[in-house]
Design a protein around this ligand. Sequence first.
Ligand SMILES: Nc1ncnc2c1ncn2[C@@H]1O[C@H](COP(=O)(O)OP(=O)(O)O)[C@@H](O)[C@H]1O
Ligand SMILES: O=C(O)C1=C[C@@H](OP(=O)(O)O)[C@@H](O)[C@H](O)C1
Ligand SMILES: [Mg+2]
Length: 167
Amino acid sequence: MGKNIVLIGMPGVGKSTSGVILAKVLNYDFLDSDLVIQHQTGKLLKEIIAEKGIDGFNAVENEINSQIDVENTVIATGGSVIFGADAMAHFKESGIVVYLRISYDLLDERLGDLDERGVVHKEGQTLRDIYNERTALYEKYADITVDLDGKDVAGTVDAVVAQLEGK
Ligand SMILES: Nc1ncnc2c1ncn2[C@@H]1O[C@H](COP(=O)(O)OP(=O)(O)O)[C@@H](O)[C@H]1O
Ligand SMILES: O=C(O)C1=C[C@@H](OP(=O)(O)O)[C@@H](O)[C@H](O)C1
Ligand SMILES: [Mg+2]
């Protein structure tokens, strides 16, 4: 079975944008797990968040990601997937987990309004809080970490390919 390449990282780092190009370069398939969630539930992510709240969304995200059954596929996950222990265990087993890391300052510049963007967070959490809480989890699950600061999409893809070759 050909292992998947599973992209994790903060929203706005380019998991979806760079992921599809990475798939072309590697001659892999591409899957955006946010779209799988929307397809399976028949709802937009923001509708699920509005209806079920953050914990409810994370539960749906965890369950659907745990059941993704593909191979030789670049999977762009949603930024909050790391809150789902089952999903991450599944991805660790069936893929190489690649953490696309961005500095806090660049993320702050890149992300617009957190609510508009649908970033799941608790009431009152700042971007700094979210960044710190998630960084520990991204690091915990990463097989490979690629630093994105100063890289455009092509540079990101090249850096991921180079690190995968070393694996
Ligand atoms: N390396 C990059 N440099 C600058 N902008 C980028 C880069 N990667 C992605 N973007 C832009 O950031 C936005 C969010 O990218 P997206 O792929 O949706 O991120 P994610 O899936 O990680 O949330 C898009 O507008 C995209 O064009
Ligand atoms: O990080 C987050 O809280 C989220 C990121 C989104 O995906 P991207 O990381 O692709 O933007 C999407 O799953 C949802 O809006 C929640
Ligand atoms: Mg995405």
